[in-house]
Design a binder for this molecule. Structure first.
Ligand code: ZN
Length: 136
C-alpha cells in the first residue's frame, strides 16, 4: 500500500464562494501513480469546508450559497464569538471539512454531474487543502 500527501493552495475572491477543485485533485491523483484506492480531500480551516455537488449548472452553487446565507445569517442576535464570523464557523461545521472519493484505474469515481468544491465562508483569503491518497 502506498500513501501520498500533497497540499493545494486556493486563493478565494469573495466572502462566500464555492470553488471547483476537481481538476486539481485529479492531477494530484494522476501524479501519485496510485491506480486503486481512495483520496481524502481535507480542509484544515474552521471557516471553510469541502463538499461534492453538481458542476454542470453554476446556478446550483449559487443556490446552495443563497440557502446557507438565509439559514445562517452573518449578523444574528445572540452570537458571542468576538471575531464576528460565527456564521462562517456554523456553515463550516454543517458542510463538513472533508470528502473521500474512490480511485479506480487511476481515475476519480465521481458521478457524471459531480465535482469537488472548496467552500469559502469568510474570504477572500489564501487557503490550503490537504489531499491524501491511499492505495496501490
Ligand atoms: Zn472566528
Amino acid at each position: 500500500m502506498k500513501l501520498s500527501q500533497k497540499q493545494l493552495s486556493v486563493r478565494t475572491n469573495a466572502r462566500c464562494e464555492m470553488r471547483d477543485i476537481t481538476s486539481e485533485v485529479r492531477t494530484i491523483v494522476r501524479d501519485s501513480g496510485i491506480r486503486s484506492g481512495n483520496v481524502t480531500v481535507f480542509c484544515p480551516h474552521t471557516t471553510a469546508a469541502i463538499t461534492i455537488n453538481e458542476n454542470a449548472d453554476p446556478s446550483v452553487t449559487h443556490d446552495i450559497l443563497l440557502t446557507l446565507e438565509e439559514l445562517i445569517p452573518e449578523n444574528r442576535r445572540g452570537y458571542r464569538h468576538s471575531e464576528g464570523n460565527s456564521d462562517a464557523h456554523v456553515k463550516s461545521s454543517l458542510v463538513g471539512c472533508s470528502e473521500t472519493i474512490f480511485i479506480e484505474k487511476g481515475s476519480l469515481v465521481l458521478g457524471t454531474w459531480q465535482g469537488i468544491y472548496f467552500c469559502e465562508f469568510d474570504g477572500p483569503r489564501s487557503r490550503t487543502v490537504i489531499v491524501q491518497i491511499m492505495g496501490e
